[in-house]
Design a protein around this ligand. Structure first.
Ligand code: PEP
Ligand code: MN
Length: 369
């Protein structure tokens, strides 16, 4: 369902970031899953050494898309979390998917609950959680539903807010999509932007780890999120990522997390409230389009590399003049019809073609050795 554009009334109270500068974003970090007390404590202590962490996260119950993956350590991990809180003074955060999880998490002093993407897509589950939160003062973060549906996300926020939870924020973790993408979950920035315009006082936290699905893209998405004025980041960090029991590819060492955070440009507080000028809106559009162009170019080169493998297997030469001539004529005509100059199109296509040939010949030579 598409978002109607109507304003949404939520009663919001700020969740303090607990950092040296109260204007900095809320920084939540920790492993995807709790695995052992040592893993949690070692990770938390190394994270706290960065001095850039507001709360420590770890999944106790893991909603997995397919059975037979690690489904979480369960209630036995809660005393470990409590010990992390006692030793480090960090607030602790975990995912809840039903009333029983809420009750247990609260019993063990969990400060921040989050509702995962698979749960926030289900109004029955969200309502059950909301009912179990009546009269409780705890912070609740709601991840976007797996599907790009702003209304469903808003509905989940409204249900929890109506139960009396004011320390409320949304987490943008990207969306499932059939379109091939370099991301694990496509960011579809227009959805969190829609949410923010429906409810400007609602804080939005970005989860680059689940958007990217790998560590390489995390700095880029984190900076992009800050540039879009998000109010916080949630990032997965593990003391031994390759051996993590879930989401091993996307977790950073605590020290890498520190490097990431120190490398980000934080916007100054004074910029936040300023009305956006037309120029900066136009620049944001350009940034978005450049992102898309780079993503598409990357996909194009990946296909070139597959073609290289195929040509090698079938003993075909890299350069096929007919095909190339066809590409040039066809793309130039299309581009000209869209108002681009012939010179620019020629140069651009030459560059792309050259890079494509490089990629293919790398693949073919690699296979020779
Ligand atoms: C998580 O935060 O580890 C998690 C399971 O996230 P999501 O609900 O976004 O998939
Ligand atoms: Mn995870």
């Amino acid at each position: 369902m598409t978002y109607t554009g109507a304003k949404v009334e939520l009663e919001i109270e700020k969740i303090p970031n607990g950092l040296e500068n109260p204007e900095w974003p809320l920084l939540i970090a920790g492993p995807c899953s709790a695995e052992s007390e040592e893993q949690l404590m070692d990770t938390a202590q190394r994270l706290i050494a960065t001095k850039r962490i507001s709360a420590f996260r770890a999944g106790i119950w893991k909603p997995r898309t397919r059975p037979n993956s690690f489904e979480g350590i369960g209630v036995k991990g809660l005393p470990w979390m409590q010990e992390v809180k006692r030793k480090t003074g960090l607030r602790i955060a975990t995912e809840v998917a039903n009333a029983e999880h809420v009750e247990l998490a609260l019993k063990y002093g969990v400060d921040i609950l989050w509702i995962g993407a698979r749960t926030s897509a289900n109004p029955f589950s969200v309502q059950e959680i909301a009912d179990s939160l009546k009269g409780v003062d705890v912070a609740v973060l709601i991840k976007n539903p797996v599907n790009p549906d702003t209304e469903l996300w808003i509905g989940a926020l409204e249900r929890i807010n109506k139960a009396g939870i004011k320390k409320l924020a949304a987490i943008h973790r990207g969306f499932s999509s059939h379109e091939k993408s370099i991301f694990r979950n496509s960011p579809m920035w227009n959805i969190p932007i829609e949410l923010k315009s429906a409810c400007p006082e609602l804080p939005i936290i970005c989860d680059p780890s689940h958007i990217c699905g790998n560590t390489e893209l995390i700095p880029f998405i984190s900076q992009k999120a800050l540039d879009m004025n998000v109010d916080g980041l949630m990032i997965e960090s593990h003391n031994n990522p390759p051996c993590a029991w879930s989401d091993a590819k996307q977790q950073l060492l605590p020290e890498q997390y520190g490097e990431l955070i120190y490398g980000l440009l934080l916007r100054s507080a004074s910029m936040k409230g300023e009305a956006q000028t037309i120029l900066s809106e136009l620049r944001e559009n350009i940034d978005r389009l450049d992102d898309e162009i780079i993503q598409k170019l990357s996909l194009r080169m990946k296909i070139s590399s597959k073609i290289g493998e195929y040509k090698k297997e079938n003993n075909v030469t890299i350069l096929q003049m007919d095909r190339w001539k066809n590409i040039i004529d066809n793309r130039i005509n299309m581009g000209k019809a869209m108002g681009l100059s012939e010179n620019f199109l020629k140069e651009y296509l030459e560059l792309v073609h050259q890079e494509s040939i490089n990629v293919q010949s790398n693949v073919m030579n690699e296979k020779k050795s």
